[in-house]
Design a protein around this ligand. Structure first.
Ligand code: ATR
Length: 279
C-alpha cells in the first residue's frame, strides 16, 4: 500500500515590501497553540504581479492570504464575494479561497476595536475620536469605529481632500467629518487620537495638533516598533494620558483572519506577549 501524501494547508501574507511582516510568526504561534496543521509564507509581490500571484497561489492549493500594503485596495477587484466590512472599507486584508471563488474580508477595524475594548479597556462609545491620516489604514477602521457610536469622529490629513472623500463615504454611518492638521477644532480635547499616517515608517513626525491632547487623551499608533514610534513620543511629550503602539491590533486582526480560515479563535494574550518580547 502506498503511503498517503499529507497535504498541509497553505496560507501567507502578500505585500511589497513584506520582509518586515510579523504575520508568519504570529500565525505559527496561533497554529501551535490551537494544534492546527498549516503553513504560512511570506510572499513579496509587486503591484504589477499581484493578480497573477494571487491566482497562482489559489491554483496551487493555497487556502487563504493576508494582503498588506500596498495591495489592500487593488485586491478588491479579484474578489468574487466581499464581506460587508470589506465592501464598506473599500479595502481587503484577508482572502479565503473557497473552491474556485475568492472571498474578501477586512479584519483591521475589528482588530483595533478588540485591542481597544478588550485588551486596553478604552471605551469608544460616546467618545470623541481624532484620526490622523486618510489612507488605506483609515478606510479600514472608520466603519467599525462608527459602529460603536462615538460622539464625534474627525479625520485630519495633510491632504484635506482625501480625508473629505473618506468622511463623505462614511457620513451615513455616523458623525464623521474631515479637516487639515492645522484646522482640527480644539475647543475640547479628544478622548482618543489614532495615528493612521505612514509618516512614522519613514521616521517623520508631521505637525500633529498638540492642542487636541489633554491628560485624559488616549493615543494609539497603528504603527509599531521595537522603540517608541515618532507619534508615540510626540503623544507623550504633548501630555497624553497614555500612548500605545499597534502591536495589539496586529495580533487581534491576525486572530480574526485565523478564525475565518480555521474556524477557531486563538488566545491572543500569550502571543501578544511573545512577539513583543521577541520583536
Ligand atoms: P496606508 O495604506 O498605510 O494608510 P497610504 O494609503 O499611502 O498608506 O496613506 C498614508 C497616509 O499617511 C496618508 O494619509 C498620508 O497623507 P497624504 O494623504 O497627505 O499623502 C499620510 N502621510 C504619510 N507621510 C506623511 C507625512 N510625512 N506627513 C503627514 N502625513 C503623511
Amino acid at each position: 500500500m502506498s503511503e498517503a501524501t499529507v497535504i498541509i494547508d497553505r496560507y501567507g501574507v502578500m505585500g511589497y515590501p513584506v520582509s518586515h511582516s510579523r504575520s508568519p510568526v504570529i500565525h505559527r504561534l496561533f497554529a501551535l497553540q490551537t494544534g492546527q496543521e498549516m503553513r504560512y509564507e511570506l510572499l513579496q509581490v509587486t503591484p504589477e504581479k499581484l493578480e497573477t500571484a494571487v491566482r497562482q497561489f489559489q491554483r496551487t492549493g493555497g487556502k487563504g492570504l493576508n494582503v498588506t500594503v500596498p495591495h489592500k485596495r487593488a485586491v478588491l477587484d479579484l474578489c468574487d464575494l466581499l464581506s460587508e466590512r470589506a465592501a464598506t472599507a473599500g479595502a481587503v486584508n484577508t482572502l479565503s479561497f473557497r473552491g474556485s471563488e475568492i472571498h474578501g474580508e477586512n479584519t483591521d477595524g475589528i482588530g483595533l476595536l478588540r485591542d481597544l475594548n478588550v485588551n486596553l479597556g478604552v471605551p469608544v462609545q460616546r467618545s470623541s475620536i481624532l484620526i490622523l491620516g486618510a489612507g488605506g489604514a483609515t478606510r479600514g477602521i472608520v466603519g467599525p469605529l462608527l459602529e460603536m457610536q462615538p460622539r464625534v469622529l474627525r479625520i485630519a490629513n495633510r491632504t484635506v481632500d482625501k480625508a473629505q472623500i473618506i468622511a463623505d463615504h462614511f457620513e451615513r454611518y455616523g458623525p464623521v467629518s474631515a479637516c487639515g492638521f492645522d484646522e482640527v477644532p480644539v475647543s475640547e480635547p479628544y478622548d482618543l487620537i489614532i495615528n493612521a499616517t505612514s509618516a512614522g515608517v519613514r521616521g517623520e513626525a508631521p505637525p500633529y495638533p498638540e492642542a487636541a491632547v489633554s491628560d485624559n487623551t488616549f493615543c494609539y499608533d497603528l504603527s509599531y516598533g521595537l522603540s517608541p514610534t515618532p507619534f508615540s513620543t510626540w503623544a507623550r511629550e504633548a501630555g497624553a494620558a497614555k500612548s500605545v503602539m499597534g502591536w495589539g491590533m496586529l495580533v487581534e486582526q491576525a486572530a480574526e483572519s485565523f478564525e475565518i480560515w480555521r474556524g477557531i479563535r486563538p488566545d491572543t494574550a500569550p502571543v501578544l506577549k511573545q512577539i513583543q518580547i521577541n520583536a
